[in-house]
Design a protein around this ligand. Sequence first.
Ligand code: BGC
Length: 743
Amino acid sequence: MSRRPRRLSACAFALAVVATATAAGEPPARPWMNASLSPDARAALVVQAMSQDEKFQLITTAYGSASDGKPAPACALGSAACAPALSRLGLPALQETDAGLGVARPLNAHSRDVATALPSGLATAASWDPAVAEAGGAMIGREAHRKGFNVLLAGGVNLLRDPRNGRNFEYAGEDPLLAGVMAGHAVRGIQSQHVVSTLKHYAVNDLETGRNTMNAKLDRVAARESDLRAFEIALGIGAPGSVMCAYNRVNGTYACENAWLLDQVLKRDWGYQGFVMSDWGAVHSAAKSALAGLDQESAGETFDPQMFFAAPLREAIAKGEVPQARLDDMVRRILRSLFAVGAIDHPAKAAPIDYAADAKVSQHAAEAGAVLLRNQDNLLPLARTLASVAVIGAHADRGVLAGGGSSAVTAPGGNAVPGLAPTVWPGPVMYHPSAPLAAIARRVGGKASYASGEDIAAAAKLAASSAVAVVFVQQWAAESFDRPSMALDGHQDALVAAVAKANPRTVVVLENNGPVAMPWLAQTAAVLEAWYPGNAGGEAIARLLFGEVAPSGRLPLSWPRDASQLPRPAIAGAGLAAIGLPPQGQPADTVDYDIEGADVGYRWFQRRGSEPLFPFGYGLGYTTFGYGPLTVTTDAAGAVTASFAVTNTGSRAGADVPQLYVQLPGEQVSRLVGWQKLALRPGETKRVRLALPAVRFARYDDRGHGWRVAAGTYRLLLGRSSAQIEQRAELRLPAVFPAGAQR
Ligand code: BGC
């Protein structure tokens, strides 16, 4: 659980000192600085010129922050990791920082710097708009570059198999295509700024409980069609310079020494040219890891039992256990990625950051990704002429909640609600200083009043005397633990019920990691899922509530009624004592993901014939949309083109997300194969034409080592969500063997 360093970083210092000493001498001619050469050619030239010590310097990084009372290494910028510059070769230091929601600093380094915080990964995924993901990626990549970082530990794409997973907010939901596309575009945005992005945590790190040892059991074909497919798609779109292998074991072998995952699937089958870095404390061996495909050990001096990619790997090479060529390949891959994104031609360095402009990027993502779950009698949007608004709960007078752990960003203005438990890892609990109360008050001429919700009777009284009540509820989640249940903490359920009873015109705004139980749902008029909305979240929420922007997010996950609907109703050992949820029992040694296999989320519900509270793809807006007839054509290569018209049939502008699913021959479950987000004025019609590559209709054939579309009749479904299908079309596809690189 604890992320406290296991050992001091003494040997990292020693290594850095040796490396600096050997860096003296005449600068060689540097043919690799010729930017007209390919990244591969440039990397190969550097490798030829490197000494063995320089190679070893590049395949490890050191923790980039002070820890356990010990100072940080000389290269440190107060971040996740660094490796000193190879000045003799003209190569900059590797400067790595977390994470996918903005530049995050670890532990005690938190207070030193601020950065723009994006809304949670689930919010971005819920926008169903790759441009939102890419713009967010470019913004945080730019900030990273301007803070001196050339590697951003972003690109979280573990599938949401359980709403209680503490890191869902860093990821992109339950569907491999949606998650892969959104994460891939985020990576592309980051790397457009000359910053290497990772894709993480490879693979099947779908729960936090017992993550350091837990064995994720998942059939290989099912893995290829679910968790691995999300990575494969994201790789194809984003070409991340690095992939971070996960803490857990996969089918019995640790991810960072798992030859099937790293060497076979990633590097051979997918042709991945970048480097594999370990998660912090995820390495368990030298030779085995190196031979399996691990290229860089991250902060091993602090987090691993020993620095495997130092003396032990040198020994393994000397003994011939690991070929020298493997070491050269590790180094080549790291360099290639740096050249490919321009990290060497455009070195990261301190430069001014326009935080106001960047906050707008974050705000746009929050607005595009908020999901309107309920809106009885069109209570929303609210009018600015309201006589009074009661704003209740979740510190809405001060800010909006963020998730915790290594991805937590300290936004400009700092933590709006400091001191909440836990104040140490995986805390601090962070509220970004964007208060919904002030944003709402600005829209109603100041006629908004706040009740903290601590005193339920006082909150209900305020609600009863107000024209509308907006209750904020929150659920803090963080890296390193899972929630034992879907229930909201404390007396929030009682609070909502009391407020809704006092005033039927009650709107609930959720700030959370994902699905929570909502026993009070039927009593409320409206519910807006705002996720962790980022550091302009208060403004975004107010704009959505007052209709300055229409909600257009769609759920990137299935929202269960309760945990009994999940493949694994309980997570043994889940919880965190510091927030009043003491873990019950021991974490399981093995988590059996074969229960649902590739039928994650909506496919699980379909297979079971059970109905979630809200289905994958669901979301309301302030207008209505009609769909014209669905027409489908296919070509000899098995590619499908679907086309239909979408009309805004209501009286307000809005954006819709028509979704296409397919049922493979003989299958009852469906699979998302395409979608488009489109904005329409009232009365406006747009034609949607979706080109669907053959691989989206394929199953993975383990014996044939590839994707295979079976000849047969497929049913294409046009829906508003995975459960609300408006039109169906049948199509016959020929047998084809599409490349996995197709998306
Ligand atoms: C997390 C990674 C993170 C790393 C560096 C680990 O605990 O799992 O996502 O990038 O720490 O902070």
